[in-house]
Design a protein around this ligand. Structure first.
Ligand code: UD1
Length: 390
């Protein structure tokens, strides 16, 4: 891919309204879930991001037809021609979410062949829990030279699965594999993220029988068939966090449209602690970050409903100029401080020791030539740049 660059002239407070796009982490599993349906699925509010295009390439490679009307954020998927069960490595490498096609293909065809996924390098991202759960459901898995071949001897069978950690991707893969399996599947210590709730709402609208999404125990009664439907993807709470962060960095005042404040409960209180005014308004959320800002109490990233790891980089950009010291503890990913060096280059005072990062507020940040090494880290740099001089 050719180098892509953003040139940002900072120092002007952000003011205005913006509609929050559909959630990436909800759209991607829902796009994969459309493979399990008979008939077309129409996804509204689908974000126009490169991962949507990667998902379409995967589905097309499996024999589906995808049409993405990006100006309307409408994706139409017709899975009726799907007849392949193999995803080539180059498509698997395009994004981390490609692993979700393991559950989707097993649910749809009872077999699949793919490789380990690519995506942002945030430390080791194993898929051991995905594989162990699928084995419990009767899937035979043959791993060789990075290729994963999965086959179900007869029909996929429901099982009781207790996850050692509430992994988002593993929870989604199990649900996708279980939705048309024989009997009941019960997942304990399931991930509770709102995006899982959104995927389950989509599947239930298609005719699935899934209870408990949003809680730690999810029960899935296998059904014979699913029918494609029209569905509206939920708004992206992490994109919203990024906009709030950019408003904070530049001491601005913004309105986020199309998102309910309750969706942001896991992180908005931190911005309030910093002294920002955050209020629900008719069209969504109003954010006033024009005041003097102070460092919030310690931030520990955790699975939902804890502080989201995806909001850690943008929040870090926001606290760089807050008065006082902020201590972060990143518990979800091992290598999620890759934005720190670049923020330092822009004038921030940040020290990383193991899982902790200590940020001491500075008065001014400066524009610099920096590189985005992962998605959310890059968003954090853009937010910091908006509030930096030059
Ligand atoms: C999803 C999100 C990502 C978010 C993350 C945590 C999508 C498309 N991506 O990623 O934006 O940052 O949740 O909220 O929804 N783990 C294992 N073994 C496994 C699976 C996971 O050890 O089999 C570990 C991972 O290495 C990581 C932790 O569990 O340390 C969390 O991973 P997981 O919840 O699975 O994240 P993803 O689904 O990859």
């Amino acid at each position: 891919m050719s180098e892509q660059r953003l040139i940002i002239k900072g120092g002007t407070p952000l003011r205005g309204s913006i509609r929050v796009q559909g959630a990436k982490n909800s759209a991607l599993p829902i796009i994969a879930a459309a493979l399990l349906c008979e008939g077309k699925t129409e996804l509204h509010n689908c974000p126009c991001i490169s991962d949507t295009y990667s998902s379409c390439r995967i589905l097309t490679c499996l024999g589906c037809r995808c049409s993405f009307k990006k100006n309307d954020n409408l994706l139409i998927i017709d899975p009726s021609g799907a007849d392949k069960t193999y995803i080539p490595d180059e498509l698997m490498q395009e994004m981390r979410s490609s692993i979700i096609y393991m559950g989707a293909m097993l649910g749809a065809f009872g077999e699949c062949r793919l490789s380990f996924p690519g995506g942002c390098q945030l430390g080791p991202r194993p898929i051991d829990m995905h594989l162990a759960a699928l084995k419990k459901m009767g899937v035979r898995i043959n791993e060789q030279y990075g290729s994963i071949e999965c086959r179900v001897p007869e029909k996929m069978q429901g099982a009781r699965i207790s996850l050692g950690y509430p992994s988002v991707g593993a929870t989604e893969n199990i649900i996708l594999a279980a939705v048309k399996a024989g009997g009941e599947t019960v997942i304990t210590n399931a991930a509770r993220e709102p995006e899982i709730v959104d995927m389950v709402s989509f599947l239930n609208k298609c005719g699935a029988r899934i209870r408990g999404a949003g809680g730690s125990t999810i029960a899935i009664d296998g059904v014979e068939r699913l029918e494609g439907c029209c569905y509206n993807i939920m708004p992206d709470r992490i994109a919203a966090a990024t906009y709030v962060s950019a408003a904070v960095c530049s001491r601005g005042e913004i309105e986020l449209q199309g998102i309910d404040i309750s969706l942001c409960d896991s992180y908005m209180p931190v911005f309030e602690q910093m002294g920002c005014g955050i209020y629900p308004c008719e069209r969504g959320i109003y954010v006033n970050a024009a005041k003097h800002l102070k460092a919030p109490a310690g931030i520990i990233t955790l699975p939902h409903p804890g502080f989201p790891t995806d909001a850690q980089p943008p929040l870090m950009a926001a606290v760089c100029k807050a008065a006082g010291t902020t201590i972060f503890e990143e518990t979800v990913f091992e290598n999620r401080y890759r934005h720190v060096d670049a923020l330092g280059k822009m004038g921030a005072d940040i020290k990383v020791v193991g899982k902790a990062a200590v940020v001491r507020g500075v008065d001014t940040m400066y524009g610099a030539r920096v590189s985005a090494l992962d998605l959310r880290g890059g968003a954090a740099l853009a937010a910091a740049a908006v509030g930096a001089e030059g």
